[in-house]
Each structure stands twice: as C-alpha cells, then as structure tokens.
Design a protein around this ligand. Structure first.
Ligand code: GLV
Length: 327
C-alpha cells in the first residue's frame, strides 16, 4: 500500500497502454522502463502487491524477498515463464500468471513465416537486391527448398504447435509430432502422427520447436539431433533459445549439413553468437513471435485482468501451476 492508500503495482519494464491504463486507474502503477537495470528493479519493488514481468526479467528469491510479504502476484507478460523461479513463488504463496491463447496465432504465424523465409532465403535475396548486387535473373541463383508436400515435424503439440501444424498442413504434406500425450483430434483432422523425437528428426523436412523451456530440454537440438536431420531440412525455433545448441547449429549450416534455419529466440538474448550471424541460410528475428498489434494488446489486457482479479480478491484468469510436476 502506498501513502495514497492504493496498492502498488510494479511493471518491471513496460506494459502497453491496453493493460497499463486499466492498472493505473486502480493502483499506484510504477514502471521501471525498458532500460531498467536489476538494481533499479530491486529498488522499485519493495511494498509491491504485484509485479508485472516479461521474459527478460528474472523473478527469483532475491527479487521476491525485496518485494516483501505483501506481494501477491507475479503477472508474466508472456506465455513462457522460464524467467520465473516457480518454487520461490510457491514457497511465498505468490500467484504466477502468464498470457496463453492470445498469442497462439501470432506465434504460429511467425513460425510459418520463418519456415517460408528460411526455405526460400528471402532475407538474403532481399539483402542482395538492396545492396545493389543483383545482376539479373539467374536460373541457378537462390534456389530454395519447396514446402509443398514437405513432412513437417512439430516438437511440442500444444496450442502453438497445433496452430502451426494446421497452417503448415496447407502445403499438403504429412505432420509428425512429439507430445506428452496423443492428440486424437489433430490425428483425425490433420492425419498427424505421434512419433519419438529421433523419428521426427530423421523423418521431417521441417522441424519446428513449440515446447515450454525446461531444464530437461536444454540443447534438445544438439549436434546429434542435427545429424539426424537431412541436409535439406529446415529447423525453426520460436519457443526458447535454450533448446538449441547455437554453435552446433551454426556449424551444421556452415558445413552444409542442414538446409536452413529460422530462429526467433536465442540462448542469451539479446546477444546472438557471431557464428549464427555469419551462418548461411539462417533467418534471424529478434524474439517477435507474439508481436502483432492484436496479440500484444490482448497480452497486456490479460496481464491487467489477472492483476485486477487477484488484487481485488478473485481468482486469476490464467494461473500457472506452481507444483513441481505442473506444466
Ligand atoms: C514470449 O516469448 C512468450 O513466451 O510469450
């Protein structure tokens, strides 16, 4: 509670007006700003009832301790929450919420866009043109990988994976997937087949990651996994950078052992390893999976609705299961 008798809500960095406006009407709303440092955040949170975080903000014991015992909620402005120490939240009775569903289409659409861009090397071709290096139509230049009829492997058949599978099915190929459980609806509608990871890697022309990051899937795509993929296949990652060994991927691209890659997420954002920047046939975007007007506004609104619900004594709209076996 602040001196003005309003509960204090701290936005670690920035929340779009679609959410910030609703929060400012009800609470004392303080924002760190996009450039805020960890020390500034530690200074901002004491006395907060809620913290709004995003994937770049580490929510750990130290920060929760600094906020104090009045902290009731961490609302993550993202569907992923690998930036949050869930057990620290659970120990302190702090609710954690995320923003599922509202970014499903946007993220799957970007994954599809990266698939197309990587298959046809659209950014490199455009760079050549803009750089004044286009010397005319060349029958051998920029030949790419055709997606019609391609087998698409979806690692993690959750909401975003399913949407991506549906979009990619329009190319008419087979859909393979890995998942914790079978997806009978998608099997019936898309003819999708659940397989093990190695079979997916060796049997797919396109492999796209749609898992939540977890300690068990760090470098899931390492040099062994890449060696199972064909030399014309495409790897797409719009999930989390930790799942791909970037250096192994960069060497596979450089040595022609992999067809192409489309990456929106990186191991140590915003740093991108030079080997990846230099790798051929790699399309790299700066973590923009959910960045549509519709999705980001809806995410901001959902963040605000979660904060309002919890601070006004109700149930969160999209709580994260904090138990160790939770999703
Ligand atoms: C973005 O990365 C998200 O998890 O929503």
């Amino acid at each position: 509670m602040t001196a003005h008798g309003r509960l204090k809500v701290v936005v670690a960095r920035e929340l779009l007006p679609a959410g910030a406006k609703q929060l400012a009407e009800r609470f004392e709303l303080l924002s760190g700003g996009l450039e805020s440092t960890r020390d500034e955040l530690l200074d901002l949170v004491p006395g907060a009832s809620a913290i709004v975080a995003d994937p770049t903000v580490s929510i750990d014991d130290e920060l929760l301790e600094a906020a104090g015992s009045g902290l009731r909620l961490v609302a993550n402005f993202a569907v992923g929450y690998d930036n949050v120490d869930r057990s620290a939240c659970m120990r302190r009775g702090v609710v954690l919420t995320n923003t599922p569903d509202v970014l499903t289409n946007a993220t799957a659409e970007l994954a599809m866009g990266l698939t197309l861009a990587a298959a046809r090397q659209i950014p490199a071709a455009e760079r050549e043109l803009r750089g004044g290096r286009w010397s005319g139509w060349d029958p051998a230049d920029y030949r790419g990988i055709e997606l019609s009829g391609a087998t698409v492997g979806v690692i993690g058949m959750g909401r975003i994976g399913i949407r991506y599978a549906r979009l990619m099915k329009t190319f008419g190929g087979e859909i393979l997937y890995t998942s914790r459980g079978r997806k009978p609806k998608e099997e019936a509608e898309l003819g999708a087949r659940m397989v093990n990871l190695d079979d997916l890697l060796s049997g797919s022309d396109v492999v796209s990651l749609h898992l939540a990051a977890a300690p068990g899937n760090r470098h899931l795509i390492d040099s062994r996994a890449i060696s199972l993929m064909g030399p014309d296949s495409i790897l797409v990652n719009t999930a989390r950078g930790s799942m791909v060994d970037s250096l192994a991927l960069a060497s596979a691209l450089a040595e022609g052992r992999l067809g192409a890659a489309g990456l929106d997420v990186f191991e140590d954002e915003p740093d991108v390893p030079a080997a990846l920047l230099d790798a051929p046939r790699a399309v790299l975007t700066p973590h923009i999976g959910s960045a549509t007007y519709r999705s980001r506004d809806a995410m901001a609104e959902l963040v605000a609705r979660n904060v309002i619900a919890v601070l006004e004594g109700g149930d969160p709209l999209s709580p994260v299961n904090l138990s160790p076996e939770g999703k």
